[in-house]
Design a protein around this ligand. Sequence first.
Ligand code: PHB
Length: 393
Amino acid sequence: MRFSTNRPTRRHLLQGAAATALSAVPTGWAIAQARPLKVGLMLPYSGTFAKLGENITFAIEMLIAEKGGKLGGREIQLVKLDDESKPENAPQNTDRLVKRDQVDVLIGTVHSGVQMGIHKVVRESGTLTIIPNAGANAITRALCAPNVFRASFSNWQCPYGMGLVLGKRGVKKAAWVSWDYAAGTEAAEGFGDGLAKAGGELTKVLTLKFPDTNFQPLLAQLPELGVEAVGAFFAGGGAVQFVKEYKAAGIKMPLCGAFLTEGTLDAQGAAAEGIETALHYGDGLDNPKNNAFRKAFLDKAKREADVYAVQGYDSAQLLAVGLEAVKGKIEDEAGVYKAMRAAKIDSPRGPISISPSQEVVHNIYLRRAEGGLNKVVGIAAEALADPGTGCKL
Ligand code: PHB
């Protein structure tokens, strides 16, 4: 019987030398490796959602910095574009990132209408896209696409939880007030579904154009509607003004919502006290990930973290999972998508996973605004997934 020894033969040494020489010459793959990955950030940096876009950006930068500036061994170069929350400019803005700047990945955006414009372009181009906020239901339902993942929520999810809570409390009739685009109208549907599931009913929806803040004509109608509660979708600057005007109008019915008090409590002040909202995050969530995240975010951004920051962070965490699985070789699309679909992420919001329609499955918390914090007071819906109706992947 012959035993192999570990002693190197001349042949081995020559092979070793050749391999060393070869490894000094960059191969096609090594050159591709060396190129930084371009990640386009298409977000609102102006207008009513500007702070949302900023917080998403801070948190993405934070995660990349925590990983030493590289994801899956590839350096990351961010290319930022202000989408101004203007749906009419969305296809052209997306084209700029995808065709002119040739981004490898697109992270965007906040506004559902803008998202629909992005979606049209990236479904064609196949660009890996991660949504850090916009909830447009269709994106992970009938129009779902293998290259599009959402790290935030669907417009249906959170208000569904809020409706469920009210219905269980015995609320029979409620109204909804919002801007008249997908984030508001689809949220109304979710709110109505939640209410209906627990024996209540959504009897009236009032809307105004995005991003208008001429709330008085709507507020004047509310007391006449015969409802016991009012739900609303406004966010950012619009939410600050709505909550203040609702309080000033002296309306008796309790006001509730999803994003209504998120990232806005300082500006809303006493007017927000006691408002209940259902959302996939809360200020006081006491888990080690959230505690570390909030501290790091405050250090970086000089402001408190909110759900938008969490969603930005998780968008980057999800991208990291995909790129780490293929060691940065983003050309291996199947490998990237497979890893992202199977991702189990430790989010500041709690553990999250990805649904078959590439949407986050998470708890919807019930929160109450108290002393400048959205305090978690219960769970409105546990491990809630969007139904993903009509999505075949
Ligand atoms: C949306 O347009 O989908 C949207 C915008 C702001 C939010 C939530 C949803 O806070």
